[in-house]
Each structure stands twice: as structure tokens, then as C-alpha cells.
Write a protein that binds this ligand. Structure first.
Ligand SMILES: CC(C)(COP(=O)(O)OP(=O)(O)OC[C@H]1O[C@@H](n2cnc3c(N)ncnc32)[C@H](O)[C@@H]1OP(=O)(O)O)[C@@H](O)C(=O)NCCC(=O)NCCS
Length: 182
């Protein structure tokens, strides 16, 4: 699936993205709201898994490339929520939207720009709703959700099953947006 915005090309992963994504996901500041950074091997496995999930579901988190330079700025996309996480969220939503952008590109509205295109795609393929979730202390990501017109649903807050008990990143908030219809 290839989508285009004013400044971005949102496209399937290519082998040339492996090193660039490993640099972004290996950065402790970028990953400060995740339990830890990712190794090169984990990033490689993630890219392979993303390709497989895109094949199975028709979408997954994909590359976001800056049109002007061809550089990888990060990942944006839709994903079917993994079963263990889905079970932990009170409303058991099916599809999430998410983003990780390299820190040199922060503050330019690139995450919301890419995410808007992915939401349009979600509505075009008839998904009834898309949610976004993040650690309750990850305010930059929640700003992106707000910019997309997603609504915070406090009744859906949950403890992330992959984060240890008592860890400050365990409590998560959920934002949702419904398909605006034809
Ligand atoms: C969250 C993230 C994707 C936002 O991407 P972005 O393209 O910078 O988005 P925006 O330009 O719209 O900025 C969103 C918010 O990020 C914060 N932000 C912007 N520039 C920043 C900077 N240089 N340093 C810290 N925070 C910054 C601000 O709170 C901003 O909100 P504002 O526009 O109301 O001031 C990006 O910060 C990121 O990749 N963070 C690390 C990964 C992550 O947490 N992903 C989400 C996991 S759920």
C-alpha cells in the first residue's frame, strides 16, 4: 500500500530502511516512553513481521519517507491489535494507529500528516473505528491523537500486559475515532 501526503510517501518497507529504522528505534530518547530501545535484530524481525501482517491484513505499520530528500523519517500506520493487548483493553478494539518518528524530524507535524492519510485509508476500506493508545505519560503522542480529532475515552484506560507491574509506563490511555461515514 502506497499513500502520499504533501511531504511524505507512506510505503511498504524496503531493505534499505533496515539501518535507518534501527537507528531510530535504537535511540533512547525516541524510545523514552517504551520499556527499552530495540536492537538491530529486533528491528529486522519487526520489518519482516510488518510485511507479513500487511500481506495478511491489508495494512500494517509502514515506512514514512520524506519526499524532499528520500530519507526515512520513521514509521506510521495501522495495525491489528495483538490479542494479549486487545484482551487488556476494556472495549477490545480491533485496529490501532501508531507512529514513531526520528527525533531530528520532531515538531514539524509529520506524524499527524502521515496519520491523517492512514485514517482516510481506514475509512476508505470500511473500518468502523480506529483507536490509538500510549503510556499515560507520553504527552507528545497524545498531542498527535488530539490533532487527529481522536477522543480520549477514560473508560478504556488499561494496564499494558507487556509492561511489568508498578512500572511508570504500564498505565495506558486510549483515544478513539469513528468512521465519519459516506
Ligand atoms: C509522538 C511523535 C510521533 C510526534 O511526532 P511529530 O511529527 O513530532 O508530531 P508533531 O510535530 O505534531 O508534535 C506533536 C507533539 O510532540 C511534542 N514535540 C514536538 N517537538 C518536540 C521536541 N523536539 N521534543 C519533545 N517533544 C516535542 C509536542 O508536545 C508536540 O505537540 P504540540 O505541536 O502541541 O507542541 C514523536 O514525538 C515520536 O516519535 N516520539 C517517540 C515515539 C513515540 O512515543 N511514539 C508513540 C508511541 S505510542
Amino acid at each position: 500500500m502506497k499513500l502520499e501526503t504533501e511531504r511524505l510517501i507512506l510505503r511498504p518497507w524496503e531493505d534499505r530502511d533496515r539501518a535507518a529504522l534501527a537507528e531510530i528505534q535504537g535511540d533512547a530518547h525516541v524510545r523514552r516512553f517504551f520499556p527499552r530501545v530495540m536492537t538491530r535484530e529486533e528491528v529486522e524481525a519487526d520489518i519482516d513481521a510488518a510485511r507479513e501482517k500487511a500481506r495478511l491484513n491489508g495494512f500494517h505499520f509502514q515506512a514514512a519517507e520524506l519526499k524532499e530528500t528520500g530519507a526515512l523519517v520513521g514509521l506510521v500506520g495501522l495495525g491489528v491489535i495483538p490479542d494479549a493487548t486487545r484482551a487488556a483493553i476494556p472495549s477490545h478494539p480491533r485496529v490501532e494507529i501508531g507512529w514513531v518518528i526520528g527525533k531530528q524530524y520532531w515538531g514539524q507535524g509529520l506524524a499527524p500528516e502521515g496519520a491523517r492519510a492512514w485514517l482516510d485509508y481506514a475509512w476508505a476500506i470500511g473500518l468502523p473505528e480506529v483507536v490509538a493508545f500510549t503510556a499515560h505519560i507520553n504527552l507528545p503522542s497524545q498531542r498527535v491523537m488530539q490533532k487527529l480529532g481522536m477522543i480520549h475515552d477514560p473508560s478504556d484506560s488499561f494496564e499494558h500486559p507487556k509492561v511489568p507491574d508498578g512500572h511508570p509506563l504500564r498505565p495506558h490511555v486510549v483515544y478513539r475515532k469513528r468512521n465519519p461515514g459516506p
